[in-house]
Write a protein that binds this ligand. Structure first.
Ligand SMILES: [Fe+2]
Ligand SMILES: [Fe+2]
Length: 352
């Protein structure tokens, strides 16, 4: 059985040998794990190992939500970094490491955690979300711990430059003028410069590229440098998809959030036009078009609530039909499909 190393306990036995990033043997098959071995695996950036025999159910099915404290801490660190409260780039590294640990320990990410009222708060919450989504995507692409950390640091800092943009423009409810849009377009360069000035040498050059390049697009239509396909580093490409997904699925002062399934389909349909197709596929396999709790309309005209995900078929989750409470696993009930997500108005109509 495969287990993330955060779930390992002394006494568990390795079913397969564990190799380091250069192919060297770290621990052989049949070794009984001790605290020291587990620590050594962590230090060698091993993410997952295979354990012999059944592992008690309660030890693997940890489905807690990502702890509020870790998320709030991450936002505070970012905020202090901007305000120069003795927070260095090295502290940001620790923050990303804490987020990565949470994800590796199997905690679920919940969206829209913070009521986004101020420009700063939106930027920080969005940065933490984009960091986590990028980490999930990187894991899907098989990145090792070192690469994940570099990606996460770039992603959490990607919009730092927005804190230097006038909030009146950033939060303008109406359409931006050309001049205002040009000001917004300066945030990647401003963010990159800010990090360079504040101890940028401590972070990987690829992390810094994410800040500069997260608005570049595959077809050359992005900014600030209009880079194209192969000129865009994969870290920046991952952050770009996570950024668009999170921004579109979040309410903003100038528009309501798009439903997750619509953004999902939009990204899926966009092919190689704006984003790298392989990155889109990896990304979409980590996000859920119908998060648990979504109310949906089924093709049999019934209304249902999503109760759990089917990882292999994200468009076919398990649902509870309302009001009967009947559970339908859409992975098996192939004659029924989800036709739409109920709008808030439709949900209001359902309440007696
Ligand atoms: Fe941005
Ligand atoms: Fe962003």
């Amino acid at each position: 059985m495969k287990l993330p190393i955060t779930h390992l306990k002394p006494g568990m036995k390795l079913e397969k040998p564990v190799y380091g990033s250069c192919g060297e043997l770290l621990l052989n098959r049949g070794i009984v794990l001790t605290k020291r071995y587990i620590e050594a695996l962590r230090k060698n950036n091993v993410l997952v190992v295979e354990i012999e025999g059944p592992v008690p159910f309660d030890e693997i099915e940890i489905k807690e939500e990502l702890s509020l404290t870790v998320r709030i801490n991450a936002m505070q660190q970012l905020c202090s970094f901007v305000k120069k409260d003795n927070v260095s780039v090295a502290d940001i590294k620790d923050t990303v490491e804490a987020l990565l640990e949470e994800i590796l320990s199997g905690k679920e990410i919940i969206d829209h955690l913070v009521d986004l009222c101020s420009a700063d708060l939106y930027t920080f919450a969005h940065s933490v979300d984009v960091c986590m989504l990028s980490l999930l995507c990187g894991m899907k692409l098989g990145f090792n711990r070192e690469k994940l950390l570099a990606l996460g640091i770039g992603a959490i800092l990607h919009d730092l430059g927005k804190t230097l943009i006038d909030p009146q423009i950033l939060n303008k409810p109406g359409k931006l003028t050309q001049q205002e849009f040009e000001i917004i377009m300066t945030h990647p360069l401003k963010g990159w410069k800010l990090v360079e000035e504040r101890g940028g040498d401590a972070i990987h050059p690829r992390s810094k590229k994410v800040i500069l390049n997260h608005h570049e697009r595959y077809d050359g239509s992005g900014y600030p440098r209009k880079l194209k396909a192969g000129e865009i580093d994969p870290f920046s490409a991952i952050c770009a998809v996570a950024d668009v997904y999170n921004a579109m699925t979040t309410d903003r002062v100038y528009r309501k959030a798009f439903p997750a399934h619509e953004v999902y389909e939009m990204l899926l349909a966009s092919g190689n036009a704006k984003f790298d197709k392989d990155v889109i596929h990896a990304f979409l396999s980590c996000v859920k078009p119908y998060p648990v709790g979504t109310l949906v309309k089924l093709s049999n005209s019934k209304v249902a609530c999503v109760v759990s995900q089917n990882d292999s078929l994200p468009f076919r989750p398990k649902v509870k039909v309302l009001p009967s409470g009947e559970i339908l696993d859409l992975e098996r009930e192939l004659s029924v499909v989800i036709e739409a997500v109920l709008s808030p108005e439709e949900i209001k109509d359902l309440i007696p």
